[in-house]
Design a protein around this ligand. Structure first.
Ligand SMILES: Cc1cc2nc3c(=O)[nH]c(=O)nc-3n(C[C@H](O)[C@H](O)[C@H](O)COP(=O)(O)OP(=O)(O)OC[C@H]3O[C@@H](n4cnc5c(N)ncnc54)[C@H](O)[C@@H]3O)c2cc1C
Ligand code: FES
Length: 347
């Protein structure tokens, strides 16, 4: 068995043991410590941290966009790539005090495809049922890593449902990219009854409880999945905080779960759904909002200083929405996001 070393995180004062064959992010997740991360493949920099003490840390392959050489020399590291070979102390640059200790243990599981149906022209609604184990505990808004059959790769997908306690079901909304390693396989080959291996849960895109503040959700593309999970969970638990969901699509044919979201406006007292099309055509017969989703948010919201914001979708949308929400007054640490970063090969 590989040697283990103590990794201490500051300023939170948490210590974990990490084997030399594990990366620090993964070891923390296995021990229920939820650290900030995105791609888990050394490409997005979301897990970037600073080494306060210790030198003997080796990194797996990563992108120098995520960690330029000069930053590595200054002492920065990527926790998703870092293997400690001695005891080290790490300063977390980004962490969420409410969430860091609330991790659920990650599990490996086998699941079977129950259905795999189109939900728009380029998005699929994939439903799996766990075979072994029969249940994985997760918080609404979290995701799992699904192994791409026949490869060494995994892809992350957020659950759109709130729990699999009753029936072992996991529900996903997945965008199909032409030639996408997993999504093309899903589109052209994955059949009902096929089995998939998955690991999870991961992620901190979960509803922060104990607040009565207003909520603003901003989504695009398959970013629908975890936001739908949060809204469904609010509905199940009767959380009636004032909430607005801005969802950006190009055309009417890109919208999905419209009926369910409209129905939620009836059952969740404070909830409003505001879809917007950025490139409507006459045939769309659209009388709703038009424009980029960030412009639509700007048009509707003047002051969000007492709100919490949740953003999820493709990286450019998330990157455009984050500064806007801060400008509109959402405190920086109350802007929660999941970027659907791609996980192709590092440069
Ligand atoms: C935390 C997290 C949660 C995620 N949850 C979901 C989810 O619920 N639903 C979902 O559909 N995806 C989600 N993703 C993205 C997902 O993990 C894959 O990256 C995505 O499905 C592409 O995988 P692929 O194997 O099909 O394509 P790849 O083989 O990885 O990529 C092939 C090509 O497709 C294009 N491409 C791939 N992804 C993108 C992108 N995001 N934007 C623009 N072009 C792209 C690029 O040209 C790329 O070169 C999530 C990602 C993360 C990090
Ligand atoms: S999570 Fe470590 S670089 Fe993306």
């Amino acid at each position: 068995m590989a040697d283990k070393h103590v990794v201490r995180f500051e300023p939170v004062g948490i210590e974990i043991e990490v084997g030399e064959d594990q990366n620090i992010l993964r070891a923390a997740a296995e021990q229920g410590i939820m650290l900030m991360h995105g791609c888990k493949e050394g490409q997005c920099s979301a897990c970037k941290s600073f080494i306060l003490d210790g030198e003997d840390i080796e990194l797996d392959k990563y992108s120098t966009f995520a960690l330029p050489d000069y930053e590595r020399e200054e002492g920065f590291t990527l926790l998703c790539r870092a293997h400690p070979y001695e005891d080290v102390t790490i300063e977390l640059l980004n962490f969420d005090e409410d969430m860091i200790r609330s991790g659920l243990p990650i599990q490996e599981a086998v699941a079977e495809v129950v259905s795999n149906d189109p939900v728009t022209h380029d998005m699929r609604h994939l439903v799996l049922r766990l075979i072994e184990p029969k249940e994985i505990k997760f918080f609404p808004g979290q995701y799992v890593d699904i192994a791409v059959p026949g490869t060494e790769s995994t892809r992350s997908f957020s659950m759109a449902n709130t729990s699999c306690r009753e029936d072992g079901r996991l529900e996903f909304i997945i965008k199909v990219y032409p030639d996408g390693l997993f999504s093309d396989f899903l589109d052209s080959r994955l059949a009902v009854g096929d089995q998939l291996n998955l690991t999870g849960p991961f992620g901190v895109f979960t509803l922060r409880e104990g607040h009565e503040t207003d909520l603003v959700f901003v989504g695009g593309g398959a970013g629908m999945a975890p936001i739908l999970a949060l809204l469904r969970s609010m509905s199940e638990r009767g959380i009636n905080r004032k909430a607005t969901y801005y969802y950006g699509a190009r055309r009417r044919k890109d919208l999905c779960f419209d009926e369910e979201l409209r129905a939620l406006e009836g059952t969740l007292a404070g909830f409003r759904y505001v879809p917007a099309l950025s490139e409507p055509e006459d045939s769309d017969d659209w009388d709703g909002e038009v424009g980029l989703i960030t412009d639509v948010v700007k048009k509707h919201e003047a002051n969000l200083k007492d709100a919490h914001a949740y953003i999820c979708g493709p990286p450019p949308m998330v990157e455009a929405a984050m500064p806007l929400l801060s400008q509109l007054g959402v405190p920086e640490k109350r802007v929660y996001f999941d970027k659907f970063t791609t996980t192709g090969d590092p440069e």
